[in-house]
Design a protein around this ligand. Structure first.
Ligand code: DAT
Ligand code: MG
Length: 148
């Protein structure tokens, strides 16, 4: 089954949105297979956001993502990578539709509450960057036969 990496950013943790965000993906029908509250180092932040290192906002981005704890998660489900991105909404909360996480809880692009992998390649890279294989749990949930 497809997996993606999702992370409640420091603003989402500080604003008590962990439960709200987990709840949305649970209610959708996706399955949580790994999660941890953690403090990101500068090194991990630079690697995670490596694709943006030449962008003018890179320093700000690394400072922000290391400014407090994040809630890192791995979720599983059919088309979870693309669907989770749709549930998150556009990068800039000002353009994100109401009903999406960023549309409902964010105001500025710098503090947009949640990260989610944008492709199968980035999902694999990011899951391996944040989690050891042994931190991921494989299990069958009883509701799955009512979803699939
Ligand atoms: P996404 O998080 O939707 O995948 P991205 O990968 O393009 O977006 O950018 C990563 C993060 O960088 C994004 O969540 C917020 C920040 N960011 C993007 N564009 C920005 C900009 N123009 N100014 C400030 N921060 C920006
Ligand atoms: Mg991105």
């Amino acid at each position: 089954m497809e997996k993606t990496f999702l992370m409640v950013k420091p603003d989402g943790v500080q604003r008590n949105l962990i439960g709200e965000i987990v709840n949305r993906f649970e209610r959708k029908g996706f399955q949580l297979v790994g999660a941890k509250l953690m403090q990101i180092s500068n090194e991990l932040a630079s690697e995670h956001y490596g694709e943006h290192k030449e962008r003018p906002f890179f320093g700000e981005l690394v400072d922000f993502i290391t400014s407090g704890p994040v809630f890192a998660m791995v979720w599983e489900g059919e088309n979870v990578i693309k669907t989770a991105r749709e549930m998150m909404g556009k990068t800039n909360p000002a353009e994100a539709a109401p009903g999406t996480i960023r549309g409902d809880f964010g105001v500025t692009v710098g503090k947009n509450v949640i990260h989610g992998s944008d492709s199968p390649e980035s999902a694999e890279r990011e899951i391996n960057l944040f989690f050891d294989q042994k931190e991921l749990v494989s299990y069958t949930k009883q509701d799955q036969s009512w979803i699939y």
